[in-house]
Write a protein of this length. Sequence first.
Length: 284
Amino acid sequence: MKRLVLSLFLCIVLSLFFLPAHQAMAQESTVAHIMQPGESLLDVELFYGLTAQELAASNAATPPLVGSGHEVNIRVPFVTASDSLPVRETTSYIVQRGDTLFRIATHFNIGMDLLAAANQIVWFDRIYVGQVLTIPGAGYRLPSMSDVLASTEAPVPANIIPQPTILDGKQIIVVLGQQHTYAFENGVLLRHFVVSTGLPKTSTVLGDYEIYVKYDAQRMVGPGYDLPGVPWVMYFYQGYALHGTYWHNNFGHPMSHGCVNMRTPEAEWLYEWAPIGTAVHVVP
């Protein structure tokens, strides 16, 4: 028996010693997750894609405590590779059922922040099955805000651009029939955006309004939806708002309960540009 164990041990050592220079080796480490106010262990498990047993195993020495400021150990498998590994090219990955941003980043051995930034992901726990993610390779350059806006803003025929009704100051015009939003200043068109407005049974209100309150992020709850952390929210009439959208990418088609859904980078630009009191003109 001892001879068998010794033989197995020698085989393992020799296999590691003669491992090809180009081959990667899997290892394990841990990262510390700091509990946030109101966060539960279930939230942590869902975010990192762990089971309760896996989380408990990572914290066997010090059981995890619920409460703001406490540390929870997260076991992370990662890969180390020799210098002779070929340079990884930028590629893409389709999100599968059960994936989390953390697990995808770990699988490709890149930082989760880099993966999120490369895909304009604002809320790390909001990815969906079928979503195509860019996996940055060596030399990848993160897109700037101007790059993102330029890539989503196609030219609009001059004959369909609405005429501003205010020639002094800022005005936002939403054209429901075009699923388009325009930003004017002193009668000059600055930017335009493809959006998603209200569905037929929950249509966006028509008329003239003003932005009366703004939130960097807000939880939105209503019949059939509960959306935490909706970004760049600007209310212009009762519960109707222009805001960023992370839960769909079907812009150009009605999708909402009455709000004006925008791509998150574009909503951020509009949020910074339009102060409270900015006129909002909604037309068919």
